[in-house]
Write a protein that binds this ligand. Structure first.
Ligand code: IPM
Ligand code: MG
Length: 382
């Protein structure tokens, strides 16, 4: 079977990391009889340099038509500070990444945080804080609405006199001379319900505890969120769940035995907590993630880590997070053998002591470059 998938190699070290990830994913998919064709889809500052747009219309159309995109990350401070200042509407995080999330309706953002006990030393936590059974959390971040899309989605519903008084502006219109800038954040009932039905279903299928993160003690949208969680939970009597305030949840990242299973959090909370969790299980370079529309099953596979712009062109960035993200892509298209092969290969390479600079322990003798470590993973699945 042939499968076309849009590919955004991205900015910074994105192309180097994605070169490894795509060759590994292509080979691994053959284990399930799938021949993947990646369709090059330029987005990001690299696309601006060639086409004058960080999200060319043609690229957006390709992604929407194919419904699946392997995304190498966009953004680079070098351009943010130059063209980005002149043309803030071209900033690729909003123009490409957030636009894709919104247009594809990617409500569920899965971010698995896994650390085997035998690799406990990859964590900055002292080894005695890593549970015997290792760390296994799945963050499911609510990827729409909240403050990321609030102003844009709701500004037309607020009278202009009010929005002016409140200093409400789209980011591209902020000049830096404002006396006050405010943002709208919101959650819609039907979206929260849909999100929690999916999160509870996942917890039920995997037999996991579900922890819902909020700030219900001071924020109205989270008090509402909590109410909806309790309602949806009644549909899933077999799933154990609890509520956890976001500040104390952050503390629990330092005591991972107390935070396990599904961690369901709002857009902004999920963004913040998942970086901390990724660091706790070894580092951002290992972070992997998928974003899914639960109705259409359209999906984006984006590691969630940055583009490592300072390492660009040096063959030093860590491709393992992108490679593991590729395993999530394969699982999504039912290439389970390939997905498993990738996960095992990455784990073995780490177990054998190979590292990239970002995750190397002091004095580590086996520090490899991006293509070398990618090559090791590839060899294990051939
Ligand atoms: C992530 C990233 C993005 C986000 C940025 C690049 C807009 O940090 O995927 O976590 O905030 O969602
Ligand atoms: Mg983030």
């Amino acid at each position: 079977m042939k499968k076309q998938i849009a590919l955004v190699t991205g900015d910074g070290s994105g192309p180097e990391m994605m070169a490894q990830a795509t060759r590994i994913v292509t080979h691994a998919a053959r284990r399930d009889g799938i021949e993947i064709e990646f369709v090059n889809t330029p987005m990001g500052w690299n696309a601006y340099e060639k086409f004058g747009d960080t999200t060319p219309t043609e690229s957006m159309k390709t992604v929407m038509d194919l419904g699946l995109v392997f995304f190498g990350g966009v953004g680079d401070p070098k351009f943010d500070k130059t063209i980005g200042k002149e043309k803030p509407e071209m900033m690729p995080e909003a123009r490409a990444l957030l636009a894709l999330r919104k247009d594809m309706g990617l409500l569920l953002n899965f971010r698995p945080m896994i650390l085997m006990r035998e690799l406990a030393h990859l964590s900055p936590l002292r080894s005695e804080f890593i549970p015997e059974e290792g760390v296994n959390m799945t963050f499911i971040r609510f990827l729409l609405e909240d403050s990321y899309f609030g102003t844009q989605d709701l500004i037309s519903e607020v009278p202009s006199t009010v929005s002016h008084q409140l200093g409400m502006k789209l980011k591209k219109d902020v000049t830096g001379n404002e006396a006050l800038v405010s943002e709208l954040a919101y959650y819609r009932r039907e979206t929260i319900e849909k999100y929690f039905r999916a999160a509870f279903s996942y917890a039920q299928k995997m037999n996991l505890l579900l922890t819902s993160i909020d700030k219900a003690n001071v924020m109205a949208r989270y008090a509402y969120w909590r109410k909806i969680v309790d309602q949806v939970a009644k549909e899933f009597p077999c799933v154990s769940y609890r509520h956890q305030l976001v500040d104390s949840a952050n503390m629990l990242l330092f005591k991972p035995e107390e935070l396990r299973g599904v961690v369901a959090c709002g857009n902004e909370h999920g963004d913040i907590l998942s970086d901390g969790a990724a660091q706790m299980v070894g580092g951002m370079g290992l972070m992997h993630s998928s974003a899914v529309n639960p109705d259409t099953m359209q999906a984006m596979f984006e590691s969630g880590a940055g583009t490592a712009p300072t390492l660009a062109g040096q063959d030093k960035a860590n491709p393992l997070g992108r490679i593991l993200t590729g395993a999530m892509l394969l699982r999504h298209i039912s290439a389970d053998n390939g997905a498993l092969a990738i996960e095992q290969a990455v784990r073995e390479v780490l177990r054998e002591g190979y590292r990239t600079t970002d995750i190397a322990e002091p004095g580590c003798a086996n520090v490899l470059g991006c293509s070398e470590i990618g090559g090791l993973v590839l060899r294990k699945i051939l």
